[in-house]
Design a protein around this ligand. Structure first.
Ligand code: PGA
Length: 234
């Protein structure tokens, strides 16, 4: 199984910065071989999805697309919302849902997040469900059994996000054990201050990592990918 490296750009970057990042992402025989053990997933801001899709196709980049959120409603009269329905034809394969920044700044509830998960699944978009400990039990109560088994779980301790204070990789086994009886999902991703120095440790105990800050600068990100892929050989 490939390990997932998920780049969440949050509300960063302009159109030209997105074009630069993707047009300069390495794509030669050497890089393709080196990165073959990784599933690289990019979540740009919504306005840049179509451009990202175009460059990824044109350059045949080994990058899959994710959204950072989607609507808990279907298509229709929901001004400002982007429905999973709208994403058809954009090659979006994943949706990061329930990120703690959305709970905190946009008052997302576990019910709304569960609705978003269900909407994503209607359109074959795989949810990457973000969870911190206070919501492990509560969020599970709102999900149908089908939703649960279809989600990848991303353990995202709020204190670790953007703080440089990553959670010890050694704690993740206990997290996995805590989540196992609550959720049917088997995939566990870790997010929170992941960087090139610690990514190898997380990939030993998790199925992938979710990056914010460390995904923004192309060089940093590519360096991290190489470190991640080397770490899997050991
Ligand atoms: P960070 O963000 O890598 O900047 O800590 C992680 C996240 O929000 O998942």
């Amino acid at each position: 199984m490939k390990k997932s490296i998920i780049a969440n750009w949050k509300s960063n970057k302009t159109l030209s910065e997105v074009a630069y990042w993707l047009n300069n992402f390495p794509n030669n025989e050497e890089s393709q071989k080196a990165l073959a053990s990784l599933e690289i997933i990019l979540a740009p801001p919504y306005p840049f999805l179509a451009l990202a899709k175009e460059i990824i196709m044109e350059r045949q980049l080994p990058i899959k697309l994710a959204v950072q959120d989607l609507s808990g409603f279907g298509s229709g009269a929901y001004t400002g919302e982007v429905a999973a329905f709208n994403l058809q034809d954009l090659d979006v394969q994943y949706a990061i849902l329930g990120h703690s920044e959305r709970r905190r700044f946009l008052t997302e509830t576990s019910q709304l997040i569960a609705d978003k998960v269900a909407e994503a699944l209607k359109f074959q978009i795989k949810p990457i469900l973000c969870l911190d400990k206070p919501y492990f039990t509560e969020q599970a109560r709102f999900l149908s059994s089908d939703s649960m088994s279809a989600c990848s779980l991303a353990y995202e301790p709020v204190a670790a996000i953007g703080s440089g204070q990553a959670e010890e990789a050694g704690n993740l086994l206990a997290v996995r054990q805590e989540l196992a009886p609550l959720y049917e999902a088997k995939t566990l991703i870790y997010g929170g201050s992941v960087n090139a120095d610690n990514v190898g440790a997380y990939l030993k105990v998790c199925d992938g990592v979710l990056l914010g800050g460390a995904s923004l600068e192309l060089k940093n990100f590519v360096d991290l990918l190489y470190v991640a892929s080397e770490s899997l050989k050991i």
